[in-house]
Design a protein around this ligand. Structure first.
Ligand SMILES: [Fe+2]
Length: 193
């Protein structure tokens, strides 16, 4: 699928997904923040647990860095052609039924931030198969060509990679059974002009 929203079904194998999950579970769990101000938290907007994946700190994640950059380069060359220069630490994200994990509608880009960059392209690697949870649907707003039922099914397969411009409004609906885990990469570049 190749519109504002792109995805590859089976971008990587379930074995690689399990390896990423088991490595990430060794990292310290944190409560996520909202916006570029690291103190902003709001349970009514987002309920999840996150761990930060930084291959500079934990070299065992080098292959994950390569895997995500490979996807970014392909999607950016084929479609977006945004000026992307940087991948900050990635977020291993868990939405669990015990706290009704969800993330209400938002954009990933922080338009007004004091730094030189904007988030340009978001990549999400699906680490849990759709059979292991209910709810937890990624929904996109105000886009042309909404994904079909088949597209949504394919995107929820373990190992699928989803890409979209970070300015697209999206949400994750509440998880009502089980746990959804994913790896989220926000690729940055010089601010939109
Ligand atoms: Fe997001």
């Amino acid at each position: 699928m190749k519109q504002e929203l792109c995805y590859w079904a089976n971008y990587t194998t379930p074995t690689i997904c399990d390896k990423i999950t088991s490595l990430a579970m060794n990292l310290e769990e944190q409560t996520p923040t909202l916006g570029f101000n690291s103190g902003d938290q709001n349970d009514s907007i987002r309920r999840s647990r996150v761990r930060w994946v930084d291959h500079n700190v934990n070299p065992e994640f080098g292959f994950v860095n390569d895997l995500m950059w490979k996807g970014l380069l392909q999607v950016n060359l084929d479609f977006y052609n945004f000026n992307v220069t940087k991948l900050p630490p990635m977020q291993f994200t868990e939405y669990d039924e015990s706290y009704k994990g969800e993330y209400k509608m938002h954009q990933d880009v922080f338009w007004i931030n004091p730094g030189p960059n904007h988030r340009k392209i978001t990549l999400i690697l699906q680490l849990t198969d759709s059979s292991e949870y209910e709810g937890g649907d990624l929904v996109f707003h105000y886009i042309d060509g909404h994904p079909s039922v088949e597209d949504n099914k394919a995107m929820k397969q373990k190992g699928s990679l989803i890409a979209f411009p970070s300015f697209i409004f999206h949400q994750l609906t509440p998880v009502t059974r089980g746990t959804r885990r994913s790896l989220v990469a926000w690729f940055e570049g010089p601010k939109f002009q």
